[in-house]
Design a protein around this ligand. Structure first.
Ligand SMILES: C[S@@+](CC[C@H](N)C(=O)[O-])C[C@H]1O[C@@H](n2cnc3c(N)ncnc32)[C@H](O)[C@@H]1O
Length: 338
Protein backbone atom coordinates (compact mmCIF):
# COMPACT_ATOMS: atom_id res chain seq x y z
CA UNK A 1 0.00 0.00 0.00
CA UNK A 2 1.42 3.41 -0.93
CA UNK A 3 1.66 5.90 1.89
CA UNK A 4 -0.25 9.18 1.53
CA UNK A 5 2.31 11.78 0.39
CA UNK A 6 3.17 14.41 3.03
CA UNK A 7 1.61 17.29 1.04
CA UNK A 8 -1.66 15.37 0.96
CA UNK A 9 -1.44 14.60 4.68
CA UNK A 10 -0.88 18.30 5.37
CA UNK A 11 -3.88 19.32 3.31
CA UNK A 12 -6.03 16.73 5.07
CA UNK A 13 -4.79 17.84 8.51
CA UNK A 14 -5.65 21.46 7.78
CA UNK A 15 -8.97 21.01 6.00
CA UNK A 16 -11.52 23.42 7.48
CA UNK A 17 -14.57 21.98 5.73
CA UNK A 18 -15.91 19.73 8.51
CA UNK A 19 -15.55 22.34 11.30
CA UNK A 20 -16.98 25.05 9.05
CA UNK A 21 -19.99 22.94 8.03
CA UNK A 22 -20.82 21.84 11.58
CA UNK A 23 -20.42 25.42 12.83
CA UNK A 24 -22.64 26.70 10.02
CA UNK A 25 -25.28 24.15 11.07
CA UNK A 26 -24.96 25.26 14.72
CA UNK A 27 -25.08 28.96 13.82
CA UNK A 28 -28.15 28.59 11.60
CA UNK A 29 -29.94 26.36 14.11
CA UNK A 30 -30.39 23.55 11.56
CA UNK A 31 -30.87 20.89 14.27
CA UNK A 32 -33.52 22.99 16.03
CA UNK A 33 -35.41 23.53 12.78
CA UNK A 34 -35.38 19.80 12.03
CA UNK A 35 -36.46 18.97 15.59
CA UNK A 36 -39.31 21.48 15.16
CA UNK A 37 -40.57 19.61 12.09
CA UNK A 38 -38.83 21.15 9.08
CA UNK A 39 -37.52 18.24 7.03
CA UNK A 40 -36.93 19.57 3.51
CA UNK A 41 -34.20 21.93 2.36
CA UNK A 42 -36.81 24.55 1.46
CA UNK A 43 -38.50 24.40 4.88
CA UNK A 44 -35.21 24.45 6.76
CA UNK A 45 -33.88 27.35 4.67
CA UNK A 46 -37.14 29.25 5.22
CA UNK A 47 -36.87 28.89 9.00
CA UNK A 48 -33.13 29.64 9.03
CA UNK A 49 -33.53 32.66 6.73
CA UNK A 50 -30.80 31.18 4.54
CA UNK A 51 -30.27 30.72 0.79
CA UNK A 52 -32.22 27.58 -0.22
CA UNK A 53 -29.72 26.26 -2.76
CA UNK A 54 -26.64 26.41 -0.54
CA UNK A 55 -28.67 25.24 2.45
CA UNK A 56 -29.53 22.15 0.39
CA UNK A 57 -25.85 21.58 -0.33
CA UNK A 58 -24.98 21.97 3.35
CA UNK A 59 -27.68 19.48 4.33
CA UNK A 60 -26.40 16.91 1.83
CA UNK A 61 -22.87 17.38 3.17
CA UNK A 62 -24.11 16.97 6.76
CA UNK A 63 -25.55 13.62 5.63
CA UNK A 64 -22.12 12.66 4.24
CA UNK A 65 -20.44 13.36 7.59
CA UNK A 66 -23.23 11.56 9.49
CA UNK A 67 -24.68 14.57 11.33
CA UNK A 68 -27.92 14.03 9.42
CA UNK A 69 -29.60 11.13 7.66
CA UNK A 70 -32.44 10.98 5.16
CA UNK A 71 -35.68 9.02 5.45
CA UNK A 72 -37.43 7.10 2.68
CA UNK A 73 -38.97 10.26 1.22
CA UNK A 74 -35.63 12.13 1.35
CA UNK A 75 -36.67 14.00 4.52
CA UNK A 76 -33.81 15.13 6.75
CA UNK A 77 -33.48 13.80 10.30
CA UNK A 78 -30.83 14.14 13.00
CA UNK A 79 -28.53 11.19 13.72
CA UNK A 80 -27.38 10.50 17.31
CA UNK A 81 -24.16 12.36 16.36
CA UNK A 82 -26.12 15.42 15.21
CA UNK A 83 -28.54 15.42 18.13
CA UNK A 84 -26.38 17.51 20.56
CA UNK A 85 -26.57 20.37 18.03
CA UNK A 86 -30.13 20.91 19.29
CA UNK A 87 -30.42 23.84 21.71
CA UNK A 88 -32.56 21.78 24.10
CA UNK A 89 -30.33 18.68 24.16
CA UNK A 90 -29.07 17.95 27.71
CA UNK A 91 -25.48 17.97 26.40
CA UNK A 92 -26.10 20.68 23.81
CA UNK A 93 -22.96 21.99 22.08
CA UNK A 94 -24.80 24.49 19.90
CA UNK A 95 -23.79 27.55 21.90
CA UNK A 96 -20.09 26.68 21.90
CA UNK A 97 -20.12 26.09 18.14
CA UNK A 98 -22.12 29.13 17.00
CA UNK A 99 -19.91 31.54 15.06
CA UNK A 100 -22.11 34.38 16.30
CA UNK A 101 -22.25 33.28 19.94
CA UNK A 102 -20.24 34.64 22.84
CA UNK A 103 -18.37 31.41 23.40
CA UNK A 104 -18.42 30.12 19.83
CA UNK A 105 -17.01 33.34 18.40
CA UNK A 106 -13.99 33.52 20.67
CA UNK A 107 -12.81 30.12 19.42
CA UNK A 108 -12.49 31.72 15.99
CA UNK A 109 -9.53 33.67 17.43
CA UNK A 110 -7.52 30.53 16.70
CA UNK A 111 -7.90 31.18 12.99
CA UNK A 112 -5.67 34.21 13.54
CA UNK A 113 -2.99 32.40 15.53
CA UNK A 114 -0.49 33.95 13.11
CA UNK A 115 -1.46 37.35 14.54
CA UNK A 116 -1.11 36.10 18.12
CA UNK A 117 2.30 34.59 17.44
CA UNK A 118 3.46 37.71 15.61
CA UNK A 119 2.23 40.23 18.18
CA UNK A 120 1.45 38.35 21.40
CA UNK A 121 -2.10 39.75 21.19
CA UNK A 122 -5.38 37.77 21.09
CA UNK A 123 -6.63 36.88 17.61
CA UNK A 124 -10.18 38.15 18.15
CA UNK A 125 -9.49 41.80 17.35
CA UNK A 126 -7.55 40.85 14.22
CA UNK A 127 -10.52 38.77 13.03
CA UNK A 128 -13.39 41.02 14.17
CA UNK A 129 -11.86 44.51 14.37
CA UNK A 130 -12.31 45.10 18.12
CA UNK A 131 -11.47 43.30 21.30
CA UNK A 132 -13.66 40.50 22.59
CA UNK A 133 -15.06 42.14 25.72
CA UNK A 134 -15.84 45.32 23.80
CA UNK A 135 -17.71 43.30 21.13
CA UNK A 136 -19.83 41.22 23.51
CA UNK A 137 -20.60 44.22 25.69
CA UNK A 138 -21.50 46.88 23.17
CA UNK A 139 -23.07 44.85 20.36
CA UNK A 140 -26.83 44.62 21.06
CA UNK A 141 -26.81 41.23 19.27
CA UNK A 142 -25.28 39.75 22.43
CA UNK A 143 -27.77 41.29 24.89
CA UNK A 144 -30.19 38.32 24.66
CA UNK A 145 -27.35 35.89 25.32
CA UNK A 146 -26.27 37.85 28.39
CA UNK A 147 -29.85 37.69 29.62
CA UNK A 148 -29.88 33.89 29.18
CA UNK A 149 -26.54 33.66 30.96
CA UNK A 150 -27.89 35.79 33.79
CA UNK A 151 -30.87 33.50 34.21
CA UNK A 152 -28.65 30.40 34.07
CA UNK A 153 -26.32 31.99 36.65
CA UNK A 154 -29.29 32.50 39.01
CA UNK A 155 -29.75 28.72 38.98
CA UNK A 156 -26.03 28.04 39.57
CA UNK A 157 -25.47 30.52 42.38
CA UNK A 158 -26.16 28.02 45.11
CA UNK A 159 -23.14 26.06 43.87
CA UNK A 160 -19.48 26.62 44.78
CA UNK A 161 -17.86 29.56 42.95
CA UNK A 162 -15.45 28.43 40.28
CA UNK A 163 -11.68 28.81 40.06
CA UNK A 164 -11.25 28.94 43.85
CA UNK A 165 -13.12 32.26 44.00
CA UNK A 166 -14.50 31.10 47.37
CA UNK A 167 -11.06 31.97 48.81
CA UNK A 168 -11.77 35.67 48.22
CA UNK A 169 -14.76 35.35 50.52
CA UNK A 170 -13.24 33.12 53.17
CA UNK A 171 -9.54 34.11 53.35
CA UNK A 172 -9.66 37.91 53.22
CA UNK A 173 -10.48 39.83 56.38
CA UNK A 174 -13.69 41.61 55.42
CA UNK A 175 -14.54 42.51 59.02
CA UNK A 176 -13.26 46.10 58.82
CA UNK A 177 -14.63 46.70 55.33
CA UNK A 178 -17.89 48.48 54.65
CA UNK A 179 -17.87 48.98 50.88
CA UNK A 180 -16.16 47.23 48.00
CA UNK A 181 -16.28 47.56 44.25
CA UNK A 182 -16.08 44.43 42.11
CA UNK A 183 -14.20 45.89 39.12
CA UNK A 184 -15.13 43.90 36.01
CA UNK A 185 -17.60 41.99 38.18
CA UNK A 186 -19.30 40.19 35.28
CA UNK A 187 -22.81 38.95 36.11
CA UNK A 188 -22.42 39.63 39.82
CA UNK A 189 -22.22 36.12 41.26
CA UNK A 190 -19.15 36.96 43.33
CA UNK A 191 -20.53 40.35 44.43
CA UNK A 192 -23.69 38.68 45.71
CA UNK A 193 -21.83 35.76 47.31
CA UNK A 194 -19.61 38.25 49.17
CA UNK A 195 -22.47 40.26 50.64
CA UNK A 196 -24.40 37.10 51.50
CA UNK A 197 -21.41 35.72 53.41
CA UNK A 198 -20.66 39.06 55.11
CA UNK A 199 -23.98 40.75 55.92
CA UNK A 200 -22.36 44.10 56.84
CA UNK A 201 -20.88 44.57 53.33
CA UNK A 202 -22.14 46.83 50.53
CA UNK A 203 -21.01 45.98 47.02
CA UNK A 204 -20.83 47.91 43.77
CA UNK A 205 -20.19 46.09 40.52
CA UNK A 206 -18.58 47.92 37.61
CA UNK A 207 -18.56 46.43 34.14
CA UNK A 208 -19.22 47.35 30.50
CA UNK A 209 -22.67 47.94 29.04
CA UNK A 210 -24.37 44.58 28.36
CA UNK A 211 -22.91 42.78 31.39
CA UNK A 212 -23.53 45.53 33.92
CA UNK A 213 -27.13 45.88 32.68
CA UNK A 214 -27.71 42.15 33.17
CA UNK A 215 -25.95 42.15 36.56
CA UNK A 216 -28.26 45.02 37.59
CA UNK A 217 -31.33 42.95 36.67
CA UNK A 218 -29.96 39.99 38.63
CA UNK A 219 -29.30 42.21 41.66
CA UNK A 220 -32.81 43.66 41.51
CA UNK A 221 -34.42 40.22 41.68
CA UNK A 222 -31.99 38.88 44.32
CA UNK A 223 -32.33 38.56 48.10
CA UNK A 224 -29.52 41.14 48.58
CA UNK A 225 -30.92 43.88 46.32
CA UNK A 226 -30.52 46.54 49.04
CA UNK A 227 -26.78 46.02 49.37
CA UNK A 228 -25.60 45.66 45.76
CA UNK A 229 -25.50 48.13 42.88
CA UNK A 230 -24.35 47.72 39.29
CA UNK A 231 -22.76 50.59 37.39
CA UNK A 232 -21.58 50.83 33.82
CA UNK A 233 -18.00 51.91 33.23
CA UNK A 234 -14.58 50.93 31.97
CA UNK A 235 -11.68 50.07 34.23
CA UNK A 236 -9.44 51.98 31.82
CA UNK A 237 -11.26 55.18 32.86
CA UNK A 238 -11.28 56.83 36.31
CA UNK A 239 -13.21 54.61 38.74
CA UNK A 240 -15.75 55.59 41.43
CA UNK A 241 -13.79 56.84 44.43
CA UNK A 242 -14.20 56.23 48.13
CA UNK A 243 -14.67 52.45 48.33
CA UNK A 244 -12.79 50.51 51.00
CA UNK A 245 -11.74 47.67 48.66
CA UNK A 246 -11.18 47.63 44.88
CA UNK A 247 -11.50 43.96 43.93
CA UNK A 248 -10.03 42.65 40.67
CA UNK A 249 -11.07 39.01 40.31
CA UNK A 250 -9.99 37.15 37.17
CA UNK A 251 -9.35 40.37 35.28
CA UNK A 252 -5.65 40.88 34.60
CA UNK A 253 -5.13 37.64 32.62
CA UNK A 254 -7.13 39.20 29.79
CA UNK A 255 -4.71 42.09 29.44
CA UNK A 256 -1.07 42.74 28.51
CA UNK A 257 1.36 43.99 31.16
CA UNK A 258 0.92 47.62 30.07
CA UNK A 259 -2.89 47.37 30.16
CA UNK A 260 -2.82 45.52 33.50
CA UNK A 261 -0.66 48.29 35.00
CA UNK A 262 -3.16 50.90 33.76
CA UNK A 263 -6.08 48.97 35.35
CA UNK A 264 -4.12 48.74 38.63
CA UNK A 265 -3.33 52.46 38.47
CA UNK A 266 -7.02 53.26 38.01
CA UNK A 267 -7.77 51.23 41.14
CA UNK A 268 -4.92 52.91 43.04
CA UNK A 269 -6.11 56.41 42.10
CA UNK A 270 -9.69 55.66 43.16
CA UNK A 271 -8.66 53.83 46.35
CA UNK A 272 -6.66 56.87 47.48
CA UNK A 273 -4.69 56.78 50.71
CA UNK A 274 -7.09 54.62 52.68
CA UNK A 275 -8.59 52.10 50.22
CA UNK A 276 -7.15 48.70 49.33
CA UNK A 277 -6.72 47.00 45.97
CA UNK A 278 -7.41 43.27 46.27
CA UNK A 279 -6.14 41.32 43.27
CA UNK A 280 -7.48 37.78 42.95
CA UNK A 281 -6.22 36.79 39.55
CA UNK A 282 -6.36 33.41 37.93
CA UNK A 283 -3.61 31.26 36.41
CA UNK A 284 -5.10 28.89 33.87
CA UNK A 285 -3.90 25.27 33.90
CA UNK A 286 -1.79 24.49 30.84
CA UNK A 287 -1.20 20.93 29.72
CA UNK A 288 1.27 21.47 26.87
CA UNK A 289 1.96 23.79 23.94
CA UNK A 290 -1.39 23.05 22.30
CA UNK A 291 -3.46 24.16 25.28
CA UNK A 292 -1.15 27.16 25.78
CA UNK A 293 -1.66 28.26 22.17
CA UNK A 294 -5.41 27.97 22.58
CA UNK A 295 -5.32 30.18 25.67
CA UNK A 296 -2.88 32.67 24.16
CA UNK A 297 -5.13 33.09 21.12
CA UNK A 298 -7.78 34.39 23.54
CA UNK A 299 -5.86 36.23 26.29
CA UNK A 300 -2.38 37.75 26.59
CA UNK A 301 -1.44 36.46 30.06
CA UNK A 302 -3.25 33.26 31.09
CA UNK A 303 -0.55 32.03 33.47
CA UNK A 304 0.81 34.95 35.52
CA UNK A 305 2.30 34.02 38.89
CA UNK A 306 1.87 35.86 42.20
CA UNK A 307 5.36 37.34 41.64
CA UNK A 308 4.28 38.64 38.22
CA UNK A 309 1.24 40.31 39.78
CA UNK A 310 3.37 41.87 42.51
CA UNK A 311 5.74 43.28 39.86
CA UNK A 312 2.79 44.82 37.99
CA UNK A 313 1.45 46.23 41.25
CA UNK A 314 4.83 47.87 41.94
CA UNK A 315 4.81 49.40 38.43
CA UNK A 316 1.39 50.84 39.21
CA UNK A 317 2.72 52.46 42.39
CA UNK A 318 1.20 49.91 44.76
CA UNK A 319 2.84 48.04 47.61
CA UNK A 320 1.85 44.61 48.89
CA UNK A 321 0.10 44.90 52.27
CA UNK A 322 -1.14 41.30 52.58
CA UNK A 323 -0.46 38.01 50.81
CA UNK A 324 -3.30 35.53 50.89
CA UNK A 325 -2.92 31.81 50.31
CA UNK A 326 -2.30 31.22 46.59
CA UNK A 327 -3.78 28.08 45.05
CA UNK A 328 -2.79 26.47 41.76
CA UNK A 329 -5.31 28.64 39.91
CA UNK A 330 -5.80 31.73 42.07
CA UNK A 331 -3.57 34.38 43.65
CA UNK A 332 -4.84 36.63 46.41
CA UNK A 333 -2.86 39.80 47.11
CA UNK A 334 -3.85 43.02 48.84
CA UNK A 335 -2.13 46.20 47.70
CA UNK A 336 -2.07 49.65 49.26
CA UNK A 337 -1.15 52.93 47.64
CA UNK A 338 1.55 53.85 50.17
C1 LIG B 1 -13.03 37.01 32.92
S1 LIG B 1 -14.37 38.06 33.33
C2 LIG B 1 -14.11 38.11 35.08
C3 LIG B 1 -15.38 38.22 35.81
C4 LIG B 1 -15.40 38.22 37.31
N1 LIG B 1 -14.64 39.31 37.91
C5 LIG B 1 -15.02 36.89 37.90
O1 LIG B 1 -14.28 36.85 38.88
O2 LIG B 1 -15.47 35.86 37.41
C6 LIG B 1 -13.81 39.63 32.80
C7 LIG B 1 -14.83 40.73 33.00
O3 LIG B 1 -14.21 41.98 32.70
C8 LIG B 1 -15.16 42.77 32.03
N2 LIG B 1 -14.48 43.81 31.26
C9 LIG B 1 -13.77 43.69 30.12
N3 LIG B 1 -13.29 44.88 29.73
C10 LIG B 1 -13.71 45.78 30.65
C11 LIG B 1 -13.52 47.18 30.82
N4 LIG B 1 -12.79 47.89 29.95
N5 LIG B 1 -14.07 47.78 31.89
C12 LIG B 1 -14.80 47.07 32.79
N6 LIG B 1 -15.02 45.74 32.69
C13 LIG B 1 -14.48 45.10 31.64
C14 LIG B 1 -15.90 41.80 31.15
O4 LIG B 1 -17.12 42.31 30.67
C15 LIG B 1 -16.05 40.61 32.09
O5 LIG B 1 -17.23 40.69 32.83
Amino acid sequence: MTETPPFQQLLTMTDLLVPAAVRAAATLGIADHIAAGATTAAEIAHRAGSAPDVTGTLLRYLVEIKILETGPGGEYALTPLGDPLRSDHPQSVRQVLRNDGMIGSITLSLLRLDHTVRTGRPGYAAEFGRDYWDAVNTDPAFAAEWREQGEAADQLDKQVLRWDAGKIISEYDWSGVDSFIDVGGHLGSLTMALVRAHPHLHGTLLDLQNVSAEAGRRFARSDVAERVTAVQGSFFDPLPTGKDVYLLSAILADWSDDEAVLILKRCREAAGATGKVLVADIAMPVSGPGSELQLRSMMPAPTRTAEDIERLGAEAGLRVSWRGPATAVRTLIEFTAH
